[in-house]
Design a binder for this molecule. Structure first.
Ligand SMILES: Nc1nc2c(ncn2[C@@H]2O[C@H](COP(=O)(O)OP(=O)(O)O)[C@@H](O)[C@H]2O)c(=O)[nH]1
Ligand SMILES: [Mg+2]
Length: 435
């Protein structure tokens, strides 16, 4: 049996109300010891809380009875007046009564252990609390609703259906099994393979919404990258000088554009350098650009024609800088925007261009997207196992069965669901093979 825990659920410091949350088997005796008697479940009651003869506060108290609570355990909320002294007095009293301060995430962990939510939903709780943009909140809510879990559960149902057909072939090879496996299980697996591929494709989008879309400024030295970086984040974060090779490390800044989180990186100018520090900076610049979702190739008048055109990938943007010094004539295959950080010309257009790109790349209609690398890796694992199993269907049902079982385990680990054998037990209990 678990012990009883408490935590301040509201931000620390002075405020109108501070909420202390409790969960565990000792909640009721603890409330009684504080003088909060006769509480009806789920009804708010005002009670005078006391401990050791000292008055703690006049509080609004809410009690939840297991399993009808967030954690699935007996729990309560104390809505106190939000002063530091009140919260401290209440905390001291709770500790004296044997209630332990909770570890980070412990309430949600208990909710998961008590089957109130699966792992993907528990992750969504964390994401929702961390959400700073509307898109992040929307995505986390979809995951908390169980929409993402339902998607995974659908994959698992298809998989177990196919696995049941394969198991039947293994267990009853001589029975009259009218169809060969490629005909029966094949189409189920084909559909699953297509669905898994689609889900994996949403992964990049889901992760970008959550962690930020990665935009990297890249180009030759003195092209105006750091000036543009500062202009976009509206702050003098990067050092700007006429000296080539000023920026060496990669500089990151978080910003929000068009409602989406963005990580913008300023990098060292690309050039061959004998200085080992600068050479390392250039290596890092290239590495960061290679991983980016969008590269802005920053180019000043007179920069070598090659650089941007050589490295730019489809979808990259060329930003021609120092428009105030004259308009660059670029016979490029890529899209070009002309700007000047000195006069501000073109910066609005660039901002809008980026916002439009974010909307195009991130505002997929088919929520829920896969939001975490952890999920994506398991889905990739499941996909390759399903593909292997499909290839084995008519060669060796035993090997196909092993592959599909592996796929089911990979999927189960995403949501932390029950063991595959348990699910198979359920599937088979309704399977009427003797017919
Ligand atoms: N005239 C003009 N000069 C600029 C502009 N943007 C940057 N510069 C100058 O170009 C030099 C190099 O700029 P910087 O942002 O450090 O380039 P980086 O090496 O690519 O980071 C500095 O002297 C800047 O003041 C611009 O739009 N117009
Ligand atoms: Mg720079």
């Amino acid at each position: 049996m678990s012990d009883t825990i408490f935590a301040l659920a509201t931000p620390p410091g002075r405020g109108a109300i501070a909420v202390i949350r409790l969960s565990g088997p000792q909640v009721e005796p603890t409330l009684t010891a504080l003088g909060a008697h006769g509480l009806k479940p789920r009804m708010a009651s005002v009670r005078s809380l006391n401990h050791d003869g000292a008055h703690i506060d006049q509080a609004l108290v809410l009690r939840f009875v297991a399993p009808h609570s967030y954690t699935g355990e007996d729990s309560a909320e104390l809505h106190l007046h939000g002063g530091r002294a009140v919260v401290e007095a209440a905390s001291r009293a709770l500790i004296a009564l044997g209630v332990r301060p909770a570890e980070p995430g412990e309430f949600t962990r208990r909710a998961f252990q008590n089957g109130r939510m699966d792992l993907a939903q528990a992750e969504a709780v964390a994401d929702l609390i961390d959400a700073e943009t509307a898109a992040q909140a929307k995505q986390a809510l979809g995951q908390l609703d169980g929409r993402l879990s339902e998607t995974y559960a659908g994959f698992r149902r298809d998989l177990l259906h196919a696995l049941a057909l394969v198991e039947a072939e293994i267990d009853f090879p001589d029975e009259e099994v009218p169809d060969n496996l490629a005909r029966t299980a094949g189409p189920v697996l084909d559909r699953l393979i297509a669905d898994l591929r689609r889900a994996i494709d949403t992964g990049r989008r889901g992760e970008r919404v959550r962690d930020g879309y990665r935009i990297v400024l890249i180009g030759e030295t003195n092209a105006g990258k750091s000036s543009l970086f500062n202009a976009l984040i509206a702050r003098e974060a990067a050092i700007v000088t006429p000296i080539a090779g000023t920026t060496r490390d990669v500089l990151d800044a978080e910003l929000v554009i068009g409602g989406y989180a963005v990580t913008l990186s300023d990098t060292a100018g690309l050039r061959d350098s004998d200085d080992p520090v600068e050479a390392e900076g250039v290596r890092r610049a290239r590495a960061r650009a290679a991983q980016a979702d969008l590269r802005l190739w920053v180019r000043a008048p007179g920069d070598a024609e090659g650089t941007a055109a050589d490295y730019a990938q489809p979808g990259d943007l060329i930003v021609a800088t120092k428009r105030d010094l004259g308009k660059q004539d670029l016979g490029s295959d890529h899209e070009v925007l002309h700007i000047s950080t000195t006069t501000g010309e073109g910066l609005g257009a660039l901002h809008d261009w980026i916002a439009a790109r974010l909307a195009k790349d991130l505002a997929g209609a088919d929520f829920p997207a896969v939001t975490r690398e952890r999920h994506r890796l398991r889905l990739v694992e499941a996909l390759s196992a399903v593909e292997a199993g499909k290839a084995m269907l008519d060669v060796s049902p035993e090997m196909a069965g092993d592959d599909l079982r592996r796929a089911a385990e990979a999927l189960a680990r995403v949501t932390g669901g029950i063991g595959v054998e348990d699910i198979l037990g359920q599937v088979f209990s309704t399977f009427c093979i003797g017919k």
